[in-house]
Design a protein around this ligand. Sequence first.
Ligand code: ARG
Length: 467
Amino acid sequence: MAQLWGGRFTKETDKLVYNFNASISFDQKFFEEDIEGSIAHVVMLEKQDILTEEEKNAIVKGLTSIREDVKSGKLIITEEYEDIHSFVEANLIDRIGDAGKKLHTGRSRNDQVALDMKLYTRVEVLNVAEEIYGLLDTLLNIIEDNLDTYMPGFTHLQKAQPITLAHHMGAYFEMFKRDSLRLKDIYARMNYCPLGAGALAGTTYPLDRGYTAALMGFEGPTFNSMDSVSDRDYVIEFLSALAVIMMHLSRFCEEIIIWNSNEYRFIEIDDTYSTGSSIMPQKKNPDIAELVRGKTGRVYGALMSILTVMKGLPLAYNKDMQEDKELTFDAIDTVKGCLALFNGMLKTIKFNKETMAVSAMNGFTNATDAADYLVNKGVPFRDAHEIIGRLVLYCIDKNTCIDSLTIDELKEISPEFEEDIYDAISLETCVEKRLTVGAPGQNVMKEVIAINKEFLKSNWMKDKKGI
Ligand code: ARG
């Protein structure tokens, strides 16, 4: 049991207590961030004449060698240390002797862990955003290729009006675009450095907090030392953005599952992204889509957990906050994995365009347009609605669609129908007449595509990577 705080104690910590308290099994995940923060700290301590140049050099060298040895597998992080901070400090002292004991000057594990967690999540915000960009790119390709792939649009999961596959995919593009912008906002808000806050009340050493912040690519230092060590808002914001991403993915998965079903057959999920049944030879199951949908619960759980952990905590640091890590790491890994898998699945899906178009034709999705046709001939809309309602009933009875009726049959229901009705209610016309911004008509969709291409080019996280 290697601890940093033995001096005040006369008895050994109970083994169970030690294990319950220890965090090394999971906080080793940010050992590189811990070292990065320590290097910035000692560089600043030397600049401020708190350490000598030799001491700083020895510490930086020692920390760098620890980092390399852990990465190469020469040095193993073991559970004999309470946490990653203790592991690094103990190994540093082992390697460079007394100078190593000065690393923690003007610092507490409270501001240290706040920094480590922030450094870790800050880059993960970018990693998640990058995965989202990959998905947006796939979506834009599908959109461009399917401006005239007609399909039914649904409300209440009932066929409603004809749209295109491009339009449907465009809806998801907007959702994931907002997700990306949410991450951008979170990044900007979180990008302030807590190091130098000490345990809670700053320190008496003349630290240059602005300098340390700049060394690690932060906008600047945080402005209240108590808030600095007890703030996990950025974790909560990040987890809520992740929860929204999963909500979007789960809706998309649900549609993919429905569209892939035997009844719909709008799409076929590629063999590489499907699974079979151990008993039913005919089965090809959409397990990946189901799993992504299922993992949404796990990410929501992480958000609920951290909100509950933070509720009612008095200022400043409390050990409860150690609970922020496992669930956050798990949620980040889950969402990145889901985005990558979902993107791969989407890229390889085959769209059965003919089936989609036939489904749109058979579902009376052009009924609104048929009513609009009568309105254009002078029939008041409410009457037109009633006439087309009767027409639909007639078709259901005859097991046919409006387009297939003869002009005589149509005229019997309303004398206003002329030969031009067929063109007016074709899938093409129904879609192409819808040209208000955001509608499925090809020309207006092309304008939206151009805007979204610019958005993808702007790639907001590009210049932030590698800080
Ligand atoms: N493992 C701790 C955490 O994750 C580090 C901070 C410990 N600070 C303390 N005062 N015990 O929160």
